[in-house]
Design a protein around this ligand. Structure first.
Ligand code: BES
Ligand code: MN
Ligand code: ZN
Length: 514
């Protein structure tokens, strides 16, 4: 059993905001803008609303902004008003949103994210938002609550404390909404808070050192989180995997000190015996490429290769905390793809859990191997009504979408629309690629049933999925290649810094709620 001390320690690593209570971001409502006591009150305005609001509580502020900054509400136009008369906020800052026909909810998220970061840079801890545009109140409140938490995120545990205390990173303490409190809005904010905190949890895992999340430690940390969150969690260790004949996942882990395992998370939200949706995550805790070693330029970010597994954990924890009425099973396929004398080698043949044999064409095509056994296990054991897998599976996927969407593949095209719509709603977009039977032809083996690397040097994202298809059988299946979206190598966005993004949690929760 875990001692309280361990939980505290865990708290510090993973929950520095969420579970510790005191440093949790606070959300407050105050519909009288003048009454909001914050370091800065951010007012987002469409061009149309700049004119309309001239009569209201902002009349004086708008007059100053027009005079000093020629403020018209053009997109991204800003104006800072210090100490306006009658306002309890220290500053009022106006931000243009542009023309209403072009403003989307994502614009609000991006604007709020940028403003959160601007406030942090100016050492302001208490901030307030109000938006006047075509975006309805519940939508901007929702957007602000999730982005405030996501934009405030930083992975700073390995940063030494700065010598000058004033250089310490500012964490946002209070976020006010210039809106009237209601049960509906309150519920929305609480929900988004849970989701965003879990996005940050996934980011923490992805950003962590490979050595601190090797298959054994990742399983242990997951268990600890599940004890706290009251999620049923068990681990299938290497010995059991051997007995089950899961030789594909075992092969991938042969060169590593810590052997593979599959973490099983179960959440029954319907209270009934209904068939579950099974979520499978690729959890390669470091992908060196194995004997087909990755070169410099490609290997540096490979601690991210467990993002799929972390996403599954994040989704399961969110579902539990939101009490979603779904039966879910999460399977985290954990292994390290290391290089050494014990590593599996090109030319080796292994028999998977479902009886199919695979010749290794390339040890760097390891993700599909760990997924193959885990998918086969999930289908056999849980007879799911749908299986979704999350995997940083192919570098090609990034080239296809430019990092702006995850690749979606399925054995049932009708499943696409709902996930596509969910992706657009939360701006975690997916884009479908074909799964022609020709791709399956490309994966056939000569001395074995299958090969893990395609004979066709093109179409690698589809052929990887075609390989997985051999292990799913008749079950409805969605494969998400999240290589394009799981990790920001060198670009940060308005509400996500460099490193792990937490992509997939918001997408899936939106999908499950629809
Ligand atoms: N983990 C990588 C894919 C990847 C690349 C994820 C870049 C995120 C960023 C995966 O295991 C891999 O190495 N795939 C190979 C497959 C090939 C050897 C058939 C690839 O995409 O090059
Ligand atoms: Mn690889
Ligand atoms: Zn990989």
């Amino acid at each position: 059993m875990l001692g309280a001390q361990n939980l505290l320690y865990l708290n510090r690593i993973f929950y520095y905001k969420s579970a510790s209570g005191s440093d949790r971001m606070q959300f407050l409502f105050e519909s009288n803008l003048k009454e909001i006591k914050a370091g800065v009150l951010f007012v987002g305005l469409s061009k149309e609303q700049v004119k309309k609001q001239k009569k209201g509580v902002l009349s004086e502020v708008l007059a100053i902004a027009e005079k000093t900054d020629d403020f018209k509400g053009e997109k991204a136009q800003g104006s800072l008003i210090v100490l306006p008369k009658g306002f309890k906020a220290k500053k009022v800052s106006l931000i243009g949103l542009g023309e209403e026909k072009e403003i989307t909810k994502e614009d609000i998220r991006k604007t709020a994210g940028s403003l959160v970061k601007a406030a942090k840079a100016k050492k302001i801890e208490d901030i307030a938002f109000v938006f006047y545009s075509n975006i309805k109140e519940s939508d901007w409140v929702e957007a602000v609550s999730e982005t405030s938490i996501m934009a405030d995120y930083s992975f700073s545990k390995y940063k030494s404390a700065p010598e000058k205390p004033q250089e310490k990173e500012t964490k946002i303490k209070k976020v006010f909404f210039g809106a009237k409190k209601s049960n509906e809005l309150d519920k929305l904010v609480k929900e988004k808070e849970i989701i965003a905190e879990n996005v940050n949890l996934v980011r923490d895992f992805v950003n962590e050192n490979a050595k601190d999340k090797n298959p054994a430690l990742f399983a242990k940390k997951t268990k600890e989180i599940c004890v706290k969150a009251k999620i049923k969690c068990s681990v299938i260790d290497a010995k059991q995997l051997e007995k089950m004949g899961a030789n594909l996942i075992l092969a991938v882990g042969m060169g590593a000190k810590e052997k593979p395992n599959i973490v099983v998370l179960e959440y029954n939200g319907t209270g009934k015996k209904e068939k579950p949706i099974v979520l499978v995550g690729k959890g390669i805790t470091f992908d060196s490429g194995g004997i087909n070693l990755k070169p410099t330029g490609y290997i540096e970010s490979m601690k991210q290769d467990m993002a799929g597994a972390a996403t599954v954990l994040g989704i399961m924890k969110t579902a539990k905390e939101l009490k979603l009425k779904k039966n879910l099973v999460g399977l985290m396929a954990l292994a390290e793809n290391a290089i050494g004398s014990n590593s599996f080698k090109p030319g080796d043949v292994f028999k998977g859990l479902n009886g199919k044999t695979v010749e290794i064409g390339n040890t760097d095509a390891e993700g599909r191997l760990v997924l193959a056994d885990t998918i086969a296990f999930g289908v056999k054991k849980f007879k799911p009504k749908l299986l979704i897998d999350y995997a940083t599976l192919t570098g090609l996927a990034m080239h296809i979408t430019g990092g702006y969407a995850a690749c979606f593949l399925t054995n049932k095209d009708e499943l696409y629309k709902k996930m596509f719509d969910a992706g657009n709603e939360v701006f975690e977009r997916v884009w479908q690629l074909p799964l022609y039977k020709e791709f399956s032809e490309d994966m056939k083996g000569e001395i074995s049933d299958l090969k893990n690397a395609s004979k066709n040097k093109f179409g690698g994202t589809s052929s990887a999925a075609a390989f997985l298809k051999e292990f799913i059988g008749e079950t409805d299946w969605i494969h998400l290649d999240i290589a394009p979206t799981a990790f920001h190598d060198d670009k940060e966005s308005e509400y996500c810094p460099k490193g792990g993004t937490g992509f997939g949690v918001r997408l899936t929760i939106e999908y499950l709620k629809k």
